[in-house]
Design a protein around this ligand. Structure first.
Ligand SMILES: [Zn+2]
Length: 574
């Protein structure tokens, strides 16, 4: 078994020579003090020299590995600060239903369910993904148990929508979960009901679908391990050196630790324990948060974060907004928890050194979050942890500078910040005015705040290069639309967002994120110089030739004999 890092004690005798030297490169360091260099030397995982070849030559000993970059472009490795390989891939390894179409029509959903049921006659539950509400609307149909009962009356069926905001179930699934007209709504979601009878319609919104998950068997650890393993490998192959897996439970942490112990965790992972049971049931939550999380800690893994759902998503209109969803109603969404609960929780987590990653799509949700952080900063005993506003879909202009003032990270998810069918379909529910201020990366940066990206796979693709291109263009990378959506930022800023800002949001900016002496050697070598190409249509297609994490080669695209080459296919969501 190849171990990708070791634990030599720091007082052991060290060679005076470098372990690794890169020469003849076009190396962008991300450090304003010395933005470019041609050579780097690495010892014990850290950068020890940089400059020209003459600055590193004296560090080349008999054991030093020297890599001639042949003029290629190199830069700091990428940070994906919110993603879910487990949610994306576990259904495949568990052999759950995967419709595998971006925007399936109701007929395609029906055909997929019937085909799956025929192929799996002994499976109790038919569980899987995805349907989208707007294709039902387009077909003049209403998704829910009535539609699903016609497709599958006798076996329980539960199907998630693409944004994990809604679950559609049939009557048999409701029966097994014990859900009836008298079942109360949970605090962090609701059952859609028929107005006349109060009967559940078979659409469960946000946290309500935990009621269904509780009736189903949990995902086994080996399935989770296989899902994380492929996610990690793909991320390494795309140049990601640090990531946050947002939503974990004890089973998920055990799967990650098993990869870590096997030397297969080829990037740093910060894992966020779920505060709610809305994505999956979390056993032993309080024990994990109280200290059991430390059992998982290593150089590559920590579980010192917690994930909260403050509000919902756009399609079921459960984002919590400052003004009503539309002029004809007073509905502006709601918080999943009381503001008092949130304020006490943030203070409590802050003084334990636990980062709060708060799902906030609506402008009122992020406003409440910032208020709660502000409150925590005034109470005694806090550690000023860098908390994270996840998605930050719609921000109020008056809140932009509070990200800087409170040291809160604004995290943005790429799927909707460029024009696509998804934006004109699902996202249009926010309305024109709100969409005009959606994903305001530039606004947060100009106010002095820290913005990061989170691919939020499987809501959007895991490939971070799509995010980098579209931050710079705010245009569709594949030419599917002429429109531009939102304000672009310059390439060096976008690189900062995906490198040093990520390190800041993990609290490791003093030792990672840029290529500076003393910092971790997290380096990627690309097949193109990002500063010499037309961004649109090109950055997203970047190939990563080499990925180094802590000086260790974890991906080597061009060398078939290297152990660090991954020949697998990129995991496709659709
Ligand atoms: Zn997410």
């Amino acid at each position: 078994m190849r171990v990708l890092y070791d634990h030599r004690p720091s007082h052991s005798g060290h060679s005076a020579y470098a372990d690794l030297v890169l020469i003849n490169g076009s190396i962008y360091t991300g450090d304003p003090g010395l933005p470019w260099c041609r050579a780097l030397a690495v010892a014990r995982g850290r950068i020890v020299a940089r400059g020209d070849r003459s600055d590193v030559e004296h560090l080349i000993g008999a054991q030093t590995k020297v890599t001639d970059l042949g003029g290629r472009f190199a830069m700091p490795g990428l940070y994906d600060m919110h993603t879910h390989p487990d949610l994306a891939l576990a259904p495949r390894y568990a052999d759950d239903l995967d419709i595998g179409i971006v925007d399936p029509t109701p007929d395609q959903v029906r055909d997929a369910i019937l085909a799956y049921a025929a192929k799996h006659p002994n499976r109790e539950w038919i569980y899987g993904q995805y349907f989208v509400r707007y294709t039902f609307r387009q077909a003049g149909l209403v998704p829910g148990k009535d539609w699903l009962d016609q497709v599958m009356p006798d076996r329980p069926v539960a199907l998630l929508d693409r944004m994990w905001g809604t679950m559609m179930v049939n009557s048999e699934a409701l029966r097994r979960a014990g859900i009836t007209a008298t079942t109360p709504d949970p605090a962090n979601g609701y059952l859609e009901r028929s107005p006349a009878s109060g009967e559940p319609t078979g659409l469960l919104i946000d946290g309500a679908y935990a009621l269904i998950h509780a009736a189903m068997p949990p995902t086994p650890v080996p399935v989770l391990r296989a899902a994380y393993r492929d996610g990690v490998r793909y991320q390494s192959a795309r140049g990601v050196v640090s990531t946050k897996y947002v939503h974990v439970c004890e089973n998920r942490l055990n799967a990650l630790q098993s990869l870590d112990h096997a030397g297969e965790l080829t990037l740093r992972v910060e894992a966020a324990i779920s505060w709610q049971d809305d994505i999956f049931p979390v056993r032993r939550r309080w024990e994990l948060l109280a200290g059991e999380r430390h059992y998982y800690r290593s150089a590559r893994l920590n579980a010192n974060a917690v994930k909260f759902h403050f509000d919902g998503t756009v399609e079921p209109r459960s984002s919590y907004l400052m003004t009503p969803w539309d002029g004809n109603s007073t509905w502006s969404g709601k918080l999943n928890l009381t503001p008092e609960h949130l304020a006490d929780m943030i203070w409590d987590m802050d003084r334990q050194g636990i980062r709060v990653i708060a799902h906030c799509t609506g402008d009122a949700a992020s406003d409440t979050f910032l208020d709660a952080v502000e409150g925590a900063r005034r109470r005694p005993g806090g550690l000023c942890v860098r908390h994270q506003c996840a998605h930050s879909t719609i921000l109020h202009g008056g809140n932009l500078k509070r990200f800087r003032d409170l040291g809160v990270t604004a995290e943005f998810s790429p799927v909707s910040w460029y024009p696509s069918k998804f934006v004109s379909g699902a996202r249009s529910g926010y309305g024109a005015e709100r969409l005009s201020r959606a994903y305001n990366i530039k606004g947060v940066l100009e106010a002095g705040g820290v913005a990061v990206i989170g691919t939020d796979w499987p809501v959007s693709p895991l490939d971070p290069w799509i995010a980098l291109e579209t931050m710079v263009t705010r245009a569709n990378p594949w030419g599917e639309s002429e429109d531009r959506f939102g304000e672009p930022i310059a390439l060096p800023q976008a690189i900062d967002v995906m490198t040093k800002n990520g390190a800041w949001s993990m609290g490791i900016d003093h030792e990672a994120g840029t290529l500076e002496i003393g910092k971790s050697a997290d380096i990627i070598v690309l097949d193109r110089n990002l500063f010499e190409i037309e961004p649109q249509g090109n950055i997203h297609a970047t190939k990563v030739d080499l990925t180094f994490v802590q000086g260790q080669l974890v991906h080597d695209r061009l060398n078939d004999k290297s152990e660090a080459v991954w020949h697998g296919e990129a995991p496709q969501l659709w």
